[in-house]
Design a protein around this ligand. Structure first.
Ligand SMILES: Cc1cc2nc3c(=O)[nH]c(=O)nc-3n(C[C@H](O)[C@H](O)[C@H](O)COP(=O)(O)OP(=O)(O)OC[C@H]3O[C@@H](n4cnc5c(N)ncnc54)[C@H](O)[C@@H]3O)c2cc1C
Length: 523
């Protein structure tokens, strides 16, 4: 057995996106280890954020107005106390980011300039060089982290399991690129592993957003909240790229239309605002056209003459596929974009398990309800990362001890299985995606439960299947439509079900055991 040594850390953070890095910086100079599946700066949704961060910093705007918009967007499930407290802390967290070196856009007087986004009643989106917020935030935080001697980085390590004992989380098991498992003991583990877009065949999320954090927390016994609520972006560019590039909503705002292969504007008969209707309704419209085999395309020809200048990123993505938006239709599909659900936390980011905290997209704080308000996710990540740092910063320091790495045995371990992974992603998109119903969800749940049992020895695929199981079980149990969750067999919201979902993995297994699959062809 190899016996490479690891020092025991007081704190381990899983994930190097905004939530993880911000928490590590806030904890400095306390020693902390950040474990990330990809090198920091890569493999994080944060780096791809285009809009910015919502914060009531403009004259005339208030945290109360910000909270009201958040509550309205969340379709009856936002925790109002959480939304208001988050909005009130936003200006302080923006100041923190400025202090870490994030170059938010300012006017000539040095005041932050703020943009407007859909469903915000005021201009309140703090941004960087137009659409560069995410990249600029990551660049500043990565530099600050690399400059902090108290932060140890373990890049290229995938967390596969939480270590538990005495009814609390006591560390994390990670696998390096060498295939070896290592146990990292910790007094405090912070999950900051992002979302789960890659459970779906079409997603805007980076490859590392696979729901691992949700799965390992649930397997350790943590309560999961609202997992059925997934937000789909209506217009990802459907050119076979994984992840799919976004065709930003601004293109429709500038007059581009959604048409099917026959040239019909299918959104006209679905919503009075047609292409500019709410995100979830447009996503369903696009999904229905694709499901019916009629195709869905953005038609920007004529409407936006200077398209290449206005949307250089979209133009570049199209050109790779031989599409010229000035002459051609742009094929689009709805893409899994943001997970409102996650590991349930309290106001300090504590989960239901002692020793485990969660922040960012992997957490469910109650701030988003059934639908996220644009640009609130980066805000939620910094607000809760700061609160967690304050909460665990009060723990007494532990003496450093040395642990041997876990023996692996002689057989090589396959961490994933690309063919089954693709089958899972197709199944999620077709049966647990934009439009759901009982038969489809029942079939999917039986299939996913079987896959989860069968791939116990393929740990990273199993974690994807576990996360998919939680989403699907909760989607089957919620017999209504609300926010990001749409059931064609229950198309309306039901006031009796206006409450958040809380479930454990055992609850999800029980739901799976109770279903009778309709036995339609799956994936
Ligand atoms: C294209 C796009 C545009 C967006 N635009 C906006 C916007 O304008 N405003 C806004 O507020 N939100 C936006 N969002 C959402 C927002 O970017 C994310 O919700 C937010 O960045 C999540 O931050 P995070 O730190 O929780 O996760 P991430 O930034 O995704 O970081 C997760 C980290 O965990 C690591 N990780 C994952 N699994 C493991 C594992 N098993 N072991 C170890 N490490 C692991 C990853 O490698 C990564 O380092 C956008 C999202 C996308 C995809």
């Amino acid at each position: 057995m190899r016996t490479t040594q690891f020092n025991a850390d007081d704190m381990v953070i899983i994930g190097g996106g905004l939530a993880g890095l911000f928490c590590a910086l806030k904890l400095a100079p306390r020693p902390v280890t950040v474990v990330t599946a990809a090198p920091i700066g890569e493999g994080a949704s944060t780096a791809w954020a285009q809009g910015g961060i919502a914060a009531a910093v403009a004259e005339g705007d208030t945290p109360e107005a910000h909270a009201r918009d958040t509550i309205l967007a969340g379709a009856g499930l936002v925790d109002e106390t959480v939304a208001l407290a988050m909005a009130r802390e936003a200006p302080d967290r923006i100041r923190d980011l400025l202090a870490y070196g994030v170059p938010f856009d300012k006017d000539l007087e040095g005041r932050l300039t703020v943009g407007r986004e859909a469903a915000h009643s005021a201009r309140r989106i703090v941004h960087v060089r137009g659409d560069q917020a995410g990249a600029a935030i990551m660049a500043a935080l990565v530099a600050a982290v690399r400059d902090s001697p108290s932060i140890r980085l373990l890049e290229g390590y995938v967390a596969e399991e939480l270590l538990t004992g005495d009814r609390r989380v006591i560390g994390v098991q990670v696998r390096g690129t060498d295939g070896l498992l290592r146990n990292i003991p910790a007094r405090a583990v912070v999950l900051a592993s992002g979302g789960l877009g890659h459970l779906y065949a079409v997603t805007t999320n980076p490859n590392q957003a696979r729901g691992h954090g949700l799965a390992i927390a649930a397997r350790a016994g943590a309560v999961i909240a609202d997992p059925e609520f997934v937000q789909f972006h209506p217009t990802a560019i459907d050119i076979g790229r994984d992840p799919a590039p976004l065709a930003t909503e601004a293109i429709r705002g500038e007059g581009a239309r959604l048409v099917n292969r026959a040239g019909e504007r299918f959104m006209l008969k679905i919503h009075r605002d047609a292409e500019l209707g709410p995100r979830d309704i447009v996503a369903r419209g696009v999904f229905a056209e694709l499901a019916a085999g009629r195709g869905a395309f953005l038609d920007a020809r004529g409407a936006i003459p200077d398209f290449a200048q206005r949307f250089p990123g979209v133009t570049a993505s199209c050109r790779i596929a031989g599409i010229d938006p000035a002459r051609d239709l742009i094929p689009v599909a709805p893409a899994a974009h943001y997970h409102m659900g996650g590991v349930a936390t309290d106001a300090n980011g504590r989960t239901s398990l002692d020793g485990l905290w969660a922040a960012g997209e992997v957490a469910s704080t109650g701030a988003h309800g059934a639908n996220r308000l644009a640009s609130n996710s980066l805000l939620e990540a910094v607000v809760y990362a700061a609160r967690i740092a304050e909460d665990i910063g009060q723990l007494p320091l532990q003496k450093s001890v040395r642990f041997a790495e876990a023996p692996l045995g002689s057989a090589p371990v396959a961490t994933s299985d690309p063919a089954r992974e693709q089958a899972l992603r197709r199944l999620m998109s077709s049966h647990v995606g934009v439009i759901r119903d009982r038969d489809g969800l029942s079939d999917a749940l039986s299939e996913i439960a079987r896959m989860e049992r069968e791939c116990a020895r393929v740990p990273q695929l199993r974690n994807m299947a576990t996360a998919a199981l939680l989403v699907t079980a909760a989607a089957l149990r919620r017999e209504e439509s609300r926010g990001g969750h749409y059931r064609s067999d229950y198309p309306n919201a039901d006031p009796a079900q206006q409450k958040r979902t809380f479930l454990t993995l055992d609850d999800a297994y029980a739901i799976a055991a109770s279903v009778t699959p309709a036995r339609r062809a799956v994936a």
